[in-house]
Design a protein around this ligand. Structure first.
Ligand SMILES: [Fe+2]
Ligand SMILES: [Fe+2]
Length: 474
């Protein structure tokens, strides 16, 4: 399973022995590089960036670090090793051998799943392309670029599946993945959150905390797939995903830390006073949490979904940690609680578990997000600051599913139009708040120096010092 770096396209799938596939992917490669040049990180082609590159799929020591120009990054195709005699863990094919090829009857559903996942990867690179201009430090700039090149590699992961297993249709889809553009009116990315702007670094850290975490849960569900190449590909993607969430969690933590220190020093929690000191007041951060959490929660789709039921029953997409769940893994009889609005109140009712799989994955996601929020609160507690962050209620600010169009406060109380109009300024980012955050965005590129609104990290990357020159501009 070692990676062949002698090839034009590094891979561990023995591409050299499938000439037709190799040719097709080598044809897609320059189109990918043109896409990177056009809408990847702006104006960075000459930078040497201290990046990690995957060298094997062994969980111990799978990557090496070194200075790389991003257009020369070795994007490639890396699958986790095959599990001998792997069987399907759920649905109507439970217990049968995992599939090495795509069953004809599931072809269009599988292609749709792969395309939807694949579309999010280049979308996030496009959303983040201007952020380099306003980096708070070289350390953060490097982390942004690391996330970007790995999202590019995730696109490669999905494109390999399309080319290898879906023939002409797959090749057409692979091209379309390079044609859609985040936020484009005529040809947007597939999912809503991937057409939103990422205008500032607070948004970027929120995105990597919440939206990359959505990625973790989608990939975890696909890592259970009966279609073995998809399972193996997504398992390796999860290895890379960990760093993206780390960037978000620690980025937000460092912003909170800086603000907490300023609050202690100024003996004040007055937002206006703190803003004047050039740090981001905690209520503003909470509003960003509310916004990004709710937008990401929508990404899991409708609470009740017959597609989700079909994907599960046919073995295409499992549940988070399917193998450790103790039930029959068929779910024909099982139920799962979902929310509903009845007589102006939020109530819980039991729905068929098969149809509620989106809701279940959403709950797993929220559970996982809470641990990050708790970490920030521990920091505040240690510093003697009274403020506590919370995740908004699952019903807050929803645009998808039966709760869309109903208004709820972040604590889950039904809000009348008047209550919403009154509350929304303290619940979601305001234009003044966004402008203030934008006003802090400068460009700090002196090694070891950090923008005023964020604390330095406690350690550097790969045991390098914090003041390392992580990016050389040349
Ligand atoms: Fe990704
Ligand atoms: Fe990611």
């Amino acid at each position: 399973m070692s990676i062949d770096y002698q090839q034009k396209i590094p891979n561990n799938v023995d591409l050299a022995n499938d000439k037709a596939l190799q040719r097709a992917l080598e044809h897609w490669q320059p189109a990918f590089l043109r896409w990177w040049d056009e809408v990847g990180p702006e104006g960075t082609s000459g930078y040497d960036v201290y990046l990690r590159t995957a060298t094997s799929v062994d969980p111990e020591g799978w990557a090496q670090f070194g200075y790389v120009r991003m257009p020369e990054y070795r994007w490639g195709i890396f699958l986790n090793p095959a599990e001998a005699d792997r069987t399907v863990a759920f649905g109507e094919h439970k217990g049968q051998p995992a599939w090495q090829e795509v069953p004809g009857e599931y072809r269009s559903n599988l292609r749709r799943i792969i395309v939807t996942q694949g579309d999010t990867e280049p979308a996030s690179v496009e959303q983040q392309r201007h952020l380099g201009r306003t980096c708070p430090s070289l350390y953060d700039l490097r982390n942004l670029f690391q996330v970007n090149v790995e999202e590019g590699r995730h696109l490669w992961a999905m494109v390999y599946l399309l080319h290898r297993y879906f023939g002409r249709d797959g090749r057409v889809e692979a091209e379309a993945l390079l044609d859609r553009r985040s936020g484009d009116v005529d040809n947007p990315r597939i999912l809503g959150a991937f057409n939103e702007k990422t205008p500032d670094w607070l948004s970027f850290f929120m995105f990597t905390f919440f939206t990359d975490r959505d990625g973790k849960f989608q990939l975890s569900a696909l890592a259970e797939s009966a279609f073995d190449p998809l399972a193996r590909t997504t398992r390796f993607m999860l290895t890379e995903e960990g760093h993206h969430m780390f960037v978000g969690r620690n980025g937000i933590r460092r912003i909170i830390e800086r603000t907490a220190d300023a609050m202690k020093e100024a003996k004040s929690d007055d937002p206006a006073r703190l803003r004047a000191l050039g740090v981001i007041d905690l209520p503003t951060i909470q509003r960003y949490v509310n916004f990004h959490s709710s937008v990401t929660v929508d990404l899991f789709g409708s609470d009740l979904s017959s597609n989700a039921a079909t994907f599960y029953t046919t073995g295409l997409k499992g549940r988070y940690r399917e193998q450790v769940i103790r039930d029959d893994h068929v779910l024909k009889e099982a139920t799962y609680p979902i929310f509903e609005v009845a007589n102006g109140a939020l109530i819980t009712r039991q729905a068929p578990a098969l149809n509620a799989l989106n809701e279940r994955l959403r709950d797993d996601f929220m559970q996982d997000s809470i641990s990050g929020v708790n970490g920030w609160n521990t920091l505040l507690q240690k510093r003697g600051v009274d403020f506590r962050f919370t995740l908004p209620h699952k019903a807050f600010n929803r645009q998808i599913g039966p709760l869309a169009g109903c208004k709820f406060s972040p604590t889950g109380e039904v809000a009348s139009d008047a209550q919403w109009a009154l509350g929304v300024r303290s619940w979601l980012p305001t234009s003044e708040g966004r402008e203030f955050v934008q006003s802090l965005m400068g460009r700090v590129v002196e090694p070891g120096t950090f923008a005023n609104w964020i604390s330095p990290p406690s350690s550097g990357i790969n045991e390098q010092p914090v003041q390392c020159q992580y990016v050389r501009f040349n």
